[in-house]
Design a protein around this ligand. Structure first.
Ligand code: SF4
Length: 318
C-alpha cells in the first residue's frame, strides 16, 4: 500500500513586486507519509510559508506557483481541486488566530459556518460542541456564544485547531502554530496536536523557525534556505549528524537542554536577496566553508541514505 499522502515535485513560486520578481521558492520537492510529522525549518524568508501557501493555492494575486507534480492521496491536484480540499481534507493553522477569527461574530457561529461551507452532513451544532470539547474549550455550549476577544491567546489557538479538525482532515499544515504563545501554553498546544494526531492518524506539516519544536515533534525534517531545500532527513539524522553548513549553523545557534552553558554562535550575515538570487549556492555569503565553485554553481542533492540528503559542494568528490 502506498502510504504517501502528499507529493510535491519541483515547486517554483514567484511574487511580482514593484521592484521585480521575487523567487521565493526554487525547485522544492518533498513527500509526506500517512500519519507522519514533517518539520520544515529555516529562518524567515527561507520559503517555508510560501511553499505551503503555494500548495494550498493561497498565494494571492501577486504570487504564481508552478509544479512538476502535486499529488494528494494519489490524485494529481489542479488549482480547482485544491480549493475543494482546503479546510476539508487539508487544513491549516496559522500563527495568529485573530487574523482567522472574525471579532464581531461568536466563535460558535464561525465554527458552524465553516462546517456549512463544507456541506457537513451531520448535526452541525453537535459537531462544533464536540470539537470544542476535544480541544478543551468547555463548557462548549456556553463558550460557543462568546466572541474571540473573550478567549486568551492559547484558547484562541485551540479554537483554530478545533476549526481545522472539524471536517476530519487527512493532513494538517501548521504554520508557526505556537510562535506567539508563551512556553507553557506552547507545550499545551503541541501536546494537544500530538493527541489529535494519535487519535486520528492525521499527518502534519509543521513549519517553524524553532528547532526545539521540530526536534520534539517531527519524524522527518526539511531545512530550507533561500527558497531551496538545503538538507532533509529523519529527525535523528538532522539533529544527530547534520551535514549541511547551514543546518550545522542553525543547530549551533540554539540552546541545548543537556548543555545549557554552551556558547551559542549566531549565523552572521543576512539571507540572500531573492529579487537577485545568487547564481550558485544560496548560502555562499554566510558560509565559512565556501569554495570558488559555490559562487557560480548550485550544488545538486547528495544522497547519504534512503532518507538523508543534502545540497553542498563539500561532499562532492573530485
Ligand atoms: Fe557552503 Fe559551498 Fe556548501 Fe554552499 S555549497 S553550503 S557555500 S560549502
Amino acid at each position: 500500500m502506498n502510504d504517501e499522502i502528499l507529493r510535491v515535485e519541483n515547486l517554483r513560486t514567484t511574487f511580482t513586486t514593484s521592484a521585480g520578481e521575487v523567487k521565493a521558492v526554487d525547485g522544492v520537492s518533498f513527500t509526506v507519509k500517512r500519519g507522519e510529522v514533517l518539520g520544515i525549518a529555516g529562518e524567515s524568508g527561507s520559503g517555508k510559508s510560501a511553499t505551503m501557501l503555494s500548495i494550498m493555492g493561497l498565494l494571492g494575486e501577486a504570487g504564481r506557483a508552478e509544479y512538476g507534480r502535486l499529488d494528494f492521496m494519489g490524485e494529481n491536484l489542479t488549482p480547482e481541486s485544491v480549493k475543494s480540499l482546503r479546510g476539508d481534507k487539508i487544513a491549516m493553522v496559522f500563527q495568529d488566530p485573530m487574523t482567522s477569527l472574525n471579532p464581531v461574530l461568536s466563535v460558535g457561529y464561525q465554527l458552524e459556518e465553516s462546517l456549512r461551507r463544507h456541506n457537513w452532513q451531520g448535526n452541525i451544532h453537535e459537531r462544533v460542541a464536540e470539537m470544542m470539547t476535544r480541544v478543551g474549550i468547555v463548557p462548549a455550549a456556553e463558550r460557543m456564544r462568546h466572541y474571540p476577544h473573550e478567549f486568551s491567546g492559547g484558547q484562541r489557538q485551540r479554537l483554530m485547531i478545533a476549526m481545522s479538525i472539524l471536517c476530519g482532515p487527512e493532513l494538517l499544515i501548521a504554520d508557526e502554530p505556537t510562535t506567539a504563545l508563551d512556553v507553557t501554553v506552547q507545550a499545551q498546544i503541541l501536546g494537544l496536536l500530538r493527541e489529535i494526531r494519535r487519535d486520528s492518524g492525521m499527518s502534519m506539516i509543521l513549519i517553524t523557525h524553532d528547532l526545539g519544536v521540530i526536534a520534539g515533534e517531527a519524524d522527518r525534517v526539511i531545512v530550507m534556505y533561500g527558497g531551496r531545500v538545503m538538507e532533509e532527513g529523519t529527525a535523528r539524522e538532522i539533529f544527530g549528524s547534520p551535514m549541511h553548513p547551514y543546518t550545522r549553523g542553525l543547530l549551533r545557534s540554539v540552546p541545548k537542554p543537556d548543555s545549557p552553558r554552551e556558547r551559542l554562535i549566531p549565523i552572521e550575515g543576512q539571507p540572500p536577496d531573492l529579487l537577485n538570487p545568487p547564481e550558485g549556492c544560496p548560502f555562499v555569503k554566510r558560509c565559512n566553508e565556501a569554495m570558488r565553485i559555490c559562487l557560480h554553481r548550485k550544488p545538486e542533492a547528495l544522497t547519504l541514505s534512503e532518507t538523508h540528503k543534502y545540497s553542498c559542494w563539500l561532499g562532492v568528490k573530485d
